[in-house]
Ligand binder design. Sequence first.
Ligand SMILES: [Zn+2]
Length: 281
Amino acid sequence: MFTDSHCHLRHISQKSAHFPLMLQAMQEEAIPFVMDIGTDAGDFTPRYRAVADAWGEKGRVPDFIHFSAGLWPGRAAIEQQETALVACEADIRAILNSGQRYAAVGECGIDRYWNHAGAAGTGTADLAGEEQLFKAQLELAKRYGLAVIIHSRDGFEVTLRCIDEVGWHRGVIHCFSYGRKEAEAFLERGWYLSFPGTITYRADAATEKEIADLVRMVPADKLLLETDAPYLSPEPVKREVNTPLHIRYTYQRASEYRQSSIESLCTLVYQNCCRLFSIRA
Ligand SMILES: [Zn+2]
């Protein structure tokens, strides 16, 4: 069934009163794998608790839910990176010690939409600091032998330089938002590419063709799909809070673009998640 390689369960719980029912429905639909993604220093415990409280089995969470820990490139984490990184590593250890749940590092990366000279609010002009925080997390992943979930927006060259400098090529470029040339650069280094619900959006014919070509060009063993829920709801539920249950629409569109059945795409993406995150299928 449908695998979701990237979502934020606690953020969903904060936006939807139906969160416990959603977990139940995911179990009933036999969703085999969901990766709950960290964004902030020390957020593993509250994230775990949000799921465990809603699940109602005293301190347990469903077996199909896995956790990552990482620092999204916002101003606070970049300014206080020393303490943030200590908390992030503590979270990685906590996840690794929490049983058979496999950890990953991320999401982390480069965001030049929000961070640039003259940035204000949650963004920062400290671009060197942004790179430093990203590379520190790549080093962390390398040291623990973990996959990395990369957030890269309007910053392809910097992202590529950072991963090349650290020399750790294991992970996924989530919400892939670049073109063919950029996809090739990541793929030839061994990275997975992940597409969200935005591939379901109707655009002009040229844009749609571009997206279809991109989804089609990713080799079968490097393709992932994700919701990034509660964000980026796919069509036709674009106005609703996104949840992993909505990922069916993204599989449907990807299967049209790749001219494969939804069933075989489900198997493919699940196997890719198991391989990337070292989880026994
Ligand atoms: Zn995300």
